[in-house]
Ligand binder design. Structure first.
Ligand code: S5P
Length: 475
């Protein structure tokens, strides 16, 4: 590669503030001495041209065969476009969101199953953004073996991608970039040392493990999910700073509404058992929805469906409760097989944006769920990414996908069990050791002298555990 050209690009990136040095805070609250914003390069056609030609040189010498080029949205899109034109290779366009109407395609452009696609990205840290695009292309039957990038921050992304069989070629590693800037006296020796130390100390989490899921922030995970309810929940949790789900296991609708008036602001989700309410009415549902809107929480009807698809469809949409009309999400067993997920994903009354938490484990003593049952449940769910919000489970190793939510009941600050087989764990244990994302508390709050005061205690304790869990992560 032409070293003069490369040095020229590095210096230009510094001059246009695409790379900055100082004290910055990443989204997750970690200090970093170096910050990249490659979005600004679109304002500098000469820089765009230079970067494109250097990336095309790399591809010509390092990448044996590829049929298409696809940029990771959004910063890399203009670069991918220019490369496609220069190399005369067709481009594919990846959508971030599926269109709400017409074709629900995530990948635009013409291609055939089995063809190969080269990925273009600006910066890699953990490699998770590249992997997301790889996942979408793979779903369409396209093969990805290579990614070309402008800058490798050397914090684990290359390894993560290679583990997923994606080879990485970069214009610069961070060490190379720092070296050039130091040589040309754009940064001091001290700053260069500071960045080098930072690179050795702060590594990105390994992708594809339950540990990685546990280290990512809810905010980041909102971008990684295919289910609209999961996305909403991740966003609500980030905004309201609460991962508390209140299980309102009361038999009076008035009492439920009174309770939610008091604790609505402390929860991200309310869990109902609508069939235990003695004075159920559709007016109750209207008022429940109003509270949900006012306090910005979602509604989970804990129906635990467990019948053949056709019956579940009727239980979900018909009868006294008409659950599908008001519950943002429901719980379901996987026991009857895939038909249950087919029926729950049947579009109803033009309503979209619904979700399902599938039971992969239970909190009660002596339950009959085995590790094999848990595994097939998770595999079954992977075929229905649009409808699955997450799993009701107790264990972090149940699933790895950071776009799904682990909903964990059986949590109390005071007791270890009840008289009917319920087993309780502490917030620390379920969040830090067992991977819970949303924590279900019922009697721990509703049976307290002051449910409101108790809800604040739970909200604070649970959120503190979450912050502790994600500290030390990147981005
Ligand atoms: O495994 C489970 C799954 C669920 S959804 N164990 C549970 O306890 N649940 C529900 O969580 C249960 O139906 C109840 O509504 C709530 C726990 O209530 P608590 O009063 O024991 O906190």
């Amino acid at each position: 590669m032409d070293n003069n050209k490369l040095e020229g690009v590095a210096l230009k990136l510094f001059d246009i503030n695409a790379v900055k040095f100082g004290e910055f805070m990443t989204k997750s609250g970690i200090e970093t001495p170096v910050y990249f914003d490659l979005r600004v390069i679109v304002s500098y056609p000469r820089v765009m041209e230079l970067i494109t030609s250097l990336l095309c040189d790399i591809v010509a010498t390092k990448v044996k065969k590829y049929d298409h080029i696809c940029g990771v949205p959004y910063t890399a899109l203009p670069i991918a476009t220019l490369m496609s034109v220069q190399a005369k290779k067709p481009m594919l366009l990846r959508r971030k969101e599926a269109k709400a109407y017409g074709t629900k395609k995530m990948i635009e452009g013409h291609y055939n199953v089995g063809e190969t696609c080269l990925i273009v990205e600006d910066v890699i840290t953990s490699g998770s953004s590249v992997l997301e695009t790889v996942k979408e292309l793979n779903k369409e039957g396209l093969v990805v073996n290579n990614a070309v990038i402008i800058l490798d921050r050397e914090q684990g992304g290359r390894k993560n991608l290679e583990t997923n069989n994606v080879n990485v070629d970069a214009l610069f590693t961070m060490t190379e970039l720092i070296g050039i800037l130091e040589k040309h006296k754009k940064i001091t020796k001290e700053m260069s040392m500071k960045v080098r130390n930072y690179l050795t100390e702060v590594k990105a989490p390994v992708t594809g493990s339950s540990e990685e899921r546990m280290l990512l922030s809810y905010e980041k995970r909102a971008e990684l999910t295919s289910n609209p309810v999961a996305k909403q929940l991740f966003n609500i949790m980030s905004i309201k700073k609460t991962n508390l789900c209140l299980s309102v296991d009361l038999t009076s609708s008035i009492k439920i509404l009174e309770l939610l008036e008091k604790v609505g602001e402390y929860i991200c989700l309310v869990k109902t058992h609508v069939d235990i309410i003695e004075d159920f009415s559709l007016d109750f549902i209207t008022r429940l929805k109003q509270l949900a809107q006012r306090f910005n929480f979602l509604i989970l009807e804990d129906r635990k469906f467990a019948d053949i698809g056709n019956t579940v469809l009727l239980q979900y949409q018909k009868g006294l409760y008409k659950i599908s009309e008001w519950a943002d999400c429901v719980t379901s067993h996987s026991l009857p097989g895939e038909g249950i997920l087919k029926s729950l994903s049947t579009p109803c009354n033009g309503l979209e944006n619904r979700g399902v938490f599938l039971l992969a484990e239970m909190s009660s003593e002596g339950n009959l769920i085995s590790p094999e049952y848990r595994e097939v449940t998770v595999n079954m769910a992977s075929k229905y990414p649009n409808i699955i919000t997450g799993f009701v489970c107790q264990n972090k190793d149940t699933f790895k996908d950071p776009g799904l939510i682990q909903l964990t009941p059986g949590v109390q600050l005071e007791s270890a069990k009840d008289d009917l087989g319920q087993v309780y764990n502490s917030p620390d244990k379920v969040i830090l050791d067992n991977g819970a994302d949303i924590i279900v508390v019922g009697r721990g709050i509703i049976a307290a002298k002051s449910p409101e005061a108790q809800a604040v205690i739970y909200r604070d304790t649970l959120w503190k555990c979450y912050l502790k869990r994600v500290s030390g992560k990147l981005e």
